[in-house]
Ligand binder design. Structure first.
Ligand SMILES: *Cc1c(COP(=O)(O)O)cnc(C)c1O
Length: 355
């Protein structure tokens, strides 16, 4: 608190991201990054784009990248918006597309940036409880609202909500914007992009941070009806004309072009996830069904904060949320096969066999 601050920032409660440890030898399974580097074609494109043209401002419309995304999604470039990570795309969405006249609806257990943005943009919100199996119950979202947002698969549970449920929600909710945050869609879910033609109030947000192994590049995207994209552009152009630089755009275009790298690496994550799921269940963990690149688990005989500490002491970093309903869960990012093995072996030392 300082007398130099605008008083309004005193009431903000900023998002706290997962730790990025300085210690290099930790096995890092806490922020859902890919365990391998991006496509070599991305690195080559970044080198190629590093030339004297960096003296110029980049294309403010990021036309090349929007074109590439449009082609891949089967949409027009006017139905694509790109930003500096999907977090920035989300921020613009909160500002541009949610109505202050009724509460914004999102799950009680979800991506913790949603309540942060709600406060920042002074939007009233109503949290909707997940059911006893930690599923999003979209039936209950059919009530007066200023907008609806949820991740699919949900974070940090990993549970996927079927597209039929989303279509049913959209059929009954035509007057406000429904945002599906698909940060983890490439690990086994089905994208709602296919519903955009039918529902002009649907916005689908994705990112290169997870499935393309490019969290450090900061590229996110939104797909939706042209009018929604225009709204996002109005906010973006009132804030920063150039959120994506020349390097980010070149890297992103190259990433989208390498379909083979993408398929192979997503499939590896899925394979490692299914194996790890079975091994953790063998150790007595309850594992929520995941369609993401992480598992959300709890153990009937071990408190999550103690498991978190014990793993950390042994060089493995996972995520623990001190939050009602989930304080006894750990979120574990799917690492390489070797990292998953190391996790299982280390847990064997920690977990006391049932008497
Ligand atoms: C990781 C994540 C994001 C943010 O991704 P960036 O594109 O890196 O900003 C958005 N939503 C959810 C649910 C996420 O888990």
């Amino acid at each position: 608190m300082s007398r130099f601050w605008n008083p309004a920032i005193e009431e903000l409660s900023p998002y706290v991201p997962g730790e990025q440890p300085k210690q290099q030898d930790l096995i890092k399974l806490n922020t859902n990054e890919m365990p391998v580097g991006p496509s070599p074609r991305v690195l080559a494109a970044l080198c190629d784009a590093s030339d004297e043209s960096l003296r110029l401002y980049p294309d403010p419309e990021n036309s090349a990248l929007r074109q590439a995304y449009a082609a891949q999604a089967g949409l027009e470039p006017c139905q694509v918006f790109v930003g500096n990570g999907s977090d920035e795309v989300l921020a613009h969405t909160f500002k541009a597309l949610f109505q202050p006249s009724a509460p914004l609806l999102f799950p009680d257990i979800t991506y913790s940036f949603y309540p942060v943005y709600s406060r920042f943009f002074r939007l009233e919100c109503e949290v909707m409880a997940l059911d006893e199996n930690f599923c999003v119950v979209l039936d209950e979202y059919r009530r007066p609202n200023g907008g609806i947002i949820f991740p699919n698969p949900n974070a940090p549970t990993g549970i996927f909500t079927p597209l039929d449920d989303i279509a049913a929600l959209l059929r009954g909710n035509r007057d406000t914007v429904v945002v599906v945050d698909e940060a983890y869609i490439d690990f086994g879910g089905q994208s709602a992009v296919s519903l955009i033609a039918e529902f002009p109030n649907l916005l689908v947000i994705q990112t290169l941070s997870k499935s393309r192994a490019l969290a450090g590049l900061r590229v996110g995207v939104a797909f939706g009806h042209e009018a929604l994209i225009e709204g996002l552009n109005r906010v973006k152009n009132s804030f920063n004309s150039y959120p994506l630089g020349q390097l980010a755009e070149a890297g992103a275009v190259a990433a989208l072009a390498d379909e083979e790298w993408f398929r192979n690496n997503c499939n590896t994550v899925i394979r490692n996830r299914e194996k790890l799921c079975g091994q953790l269940q063998g150790q007595g963990f309850e594992v929520l069904p995941s369609a993401a690149n992480f598992l959300f688990v709890r153990h009937p005989r071990h408190a999550a904060d103690q498991l978190y500490q014990a793993l950390r002491k042994r060089g493995i970093l996972v995520r623990h949320f001190r939050q009602p309903r989930i304080e006894n869960f750990l979120r574990i990012t799917i690492g390489t096969a070797q990292q998953c093995e190391a996790l299982v072996t280390t847990l064997e030392e920690i977990i006391v066999p049932a008497a």
